[in-house]
Design a protein around this ligand. Structure first.
Ligand code: B12
Ligand code: SF4
Length: 517
């Protein structure tokens, strides 16, 4: 196809699903992935708009936007829990106008692209978009079929999907040459984005990947397991362009390269930006580098989202966490010493008994963890745990994969499990007077009711476990979807690329077979 005028691209986020428990009650953060993709495009050729369906919750919002903007290309991102929502949106788009080209990428298409190999999808992107997306769009603009050769792309042709395999960022690629994320496309939503009581908040990525290898996580698998980051100068330059007082660094492990972390801390301190930062970090990095926290606290670090996972060393070891309860406890103390809040990320097991719930509560209370964030251990597609436990999954509809539903049989009956889970969240909260001190009275009054609604929703979530949704129910699902065959394009590949694809496939192993079709 050849386009003479500007191509209209509509980027669309999936909405929250009624089953998603940590939804707008807790956070809505900007779709950084679209800002990144937009930044790569030539605005002489493309007209871009964004529809954030987490904010535009009125019935028919998508259809209305399709009518007013009428895109040439409709782009969505898809995580595992979004699969059905994305499929539904694509069906709507094609029903509105079958000529609109549909393109999907994101976390789930990196892991299990075949789950979107449906008639309504034209193109699937697998992996990071920093390299390749620009070429893809330029080829489409020029009506040049050469786009079919791009790494990272799967395209529908003659009733099959032809896949060129996942793309990875070249480790020699200088990330600092990339333009800043294009926040002009989300401008009308900026004041509406928040994370807990921080509003308005901006999201920034300073690094990709993680040097650790936890069995329940697949974030370390991006870019063939390498940790890649932007320079402190680039990060500070971008932050200087932003008005928002709060910044969420979305990196999987922001302190993954300790030397860089010190340099970044220094640069932030020197910059005098006067912003408040929240980031993700492993506990052992903090324990081993307490001066890093001292430096960062001086630069504005206020909150660390730390994967503490459990109160038991045995469980941590089973998760291949390579960190102990001793690390967790020491890291919490270091953060507290410097006035940085610990957002402790924990997982409860489906085998939990009342004693286990008590054990976790005891640990959280003893450590005085300011922001306990407790999820349900879930074998996510693409992880080692998934490979080991996939036969035990009894609820495999994508909506359940939000880390807040038990996708495997629970030891307790499900109603008791949800009750215990909800009570744990409630009991783990710090006393109101302390919370008022942490977030201020105004925020406490406006935000707390939502948080309590969220805790309460955990209690009633047992209602989501419908018998007909069980794998063994014999119910036939989603008969309205037609899946197409998936063919790997391994013609004329350079030896380097062949080797890369083999390594990627090994990393993901059986997951590539498709889990949710
Ligand atoms: C920030 C964040 C959020 C924000 C939302 C941000 C957003 N963009 O919408 C908030 C805090 C709201 C959030 C909530 C949740 N999150 Co979250 N979140 C993240 C986090 C930390 C960073 C995402 C991000 O912005 N990355 C930076 C951007 C630039 O990278 P990216 O999204 O990967 O995009 C790149 C490529 O993937 C690609 N790409 C992406 N989309 C597309 C589309 C096309 C067409 C193309 C070509 C390319 C492309 O291009 C980009 C540049 O290379 C990730 C961890 C991670 N590393 O991804 C988890 C993550 C995405 N979250 C996850 C989950 C499970 C959740 C929650 C369920 C957690 C919970 N229980 O509350 C909820 C679900 C909310 C919902 N219902 O949608 C999981 C998803 C797992 C999976 N396999 O699907 C992740 C991967 C974390 C994890 N532990 O594994 N999250
Ligand atoms: S430390 Fe965090 S990001 Fe790194 S592999 Fe483990 S869970 Fe994933």
């Amino acid at each position: 196809m050849g386009f003479m005028k500007k191509l209209r691209i509509l980027f669309c986020t999936p909405p929250y699903h009624p089953y998603h428990l940590a939804d707008e009650k807790v956070y809505i953060v900007e779709p950084l992935q679209f800002e990144v993709l937009s930044s790569l495009l030539d605005k002489q050729k493309f007209e871009i708009d964004v529809l954030d369906l987490r904010l535009e919750r009125r019935q028919g919002a998508l259809e209305k936007k399709l009518g007013s903007f009428h895109p040439d290309i409709f782009v969505m991102n898809c995580w595992t829990l979004h699969l059905n929502l994305v499929r539904e949106a694509l069906q709507k788009v094609k029903a509105f106008d079958s000529n609109i080209m549909t393109l999907v990428g994101g976390e789930h298409t990196r892991i299990n692209p075949t789950d979107l190999a449906i008639v309504q999808t034209d193109l699937i992107w697998m992996g990071e978009g920093y390299q390749g997306f620009y070429e893809l769009m330029n080829y489409l603009y020029a009506g040049d079929s050469e786009y079919r050769k791009l790494n990272g792309l799967a395209y529908q042709e003659d009733g099959v999907f032809i896949s060129n395999g996942q793309t990875v960022v070249d480790p020699n690629f200088d990330l600092d040459t990339l333009p800043f994320p294009d926040r002009s496309i989300t401008k009308r939503y900026h004041k509406k984005y928040y994370h807990l009581w921080w509003k308005p908040i901006v999201a920034m990525r300073t690094a990709m990947g993680c040097p650790a290898r936890c069995s329940f996580c697949n974030l370390w698998k991006v870019n063939v397991g390498k940790y890649l980051g932007w320079s402190p100068e680039y990060i500070v330059d971008y932050l200087s362009t932003l008005e928002e007082p709060y910044v969420l660094f979305v990196d999987d492990h922001c302190f993954g390269d300790v030397e860089r972390s010190f340099a970044l801390g220094e640069a932030l301190l020197k910059s005098g930006l006067n912003k408040q930062y929240c980031l993700y970090s492993r506990a052992d990095t903090i324990t081993e580098n307490p001066e890093l926290i001292e430096l960062w606290a001086a630069a504005g670090l206020k909150r660390v989202r730390m994967g503490l996972e459990s109160y038991s060393d045995e469980t941590l070891s089973n998760m291949n966490k390579h960190a102990s309860i001793d690390h967790s406890t020491k890291a919490i103390k270091i953060l507290q010493k410097h006035g940085v809040l610990t957002e402790g990320l924990f997982q409860i097991g489906v085998d939990y008994t009342p004693e286990n719930f008590q054990g976790m509560l005891k640990y959280i209370r003893e450590q005085k963890i300011e922001v306990p964030n407790i999820t349900v251990s879930t074998p996510m597609p693409g992880t080692v745990e998934y490979t080991m436990q996939k036969d035990q999954i009894i609820y495999n509809e994508p909506e359940y994969f939000d880390f807040q539903h038990a996708v495997m049989e629970t030891t307790l009956d499900i109603k008791t499990f949800c009750h215990e889970y909800s009570m744990l969240m409630i009991r783990a909260q710090r006393p109101p007077q302390e919370q008022i001190r942490l977030m201020g009275l105004g925020k406490f009054i406006t935000k707390m009711p939502n948080f309590w609604r969220y805790f309460w929703s955990l209690r009633t979530s047992y209602k989501h476990y419908l018998p007909e949704n069980r794998v063994d129910s014999g119910t036939k699902k989603r008969t309205d979807l037609e899946f197409l065959p998936w063919v790997k394009n391994d013609q004329n590949l350079e030896p380097k690329r062949q080797k890369e694809l083999k390594t990627i496939e090994k990393l993901y192993q059986t997951e590539m077979a498709g889990t949710h079709s």
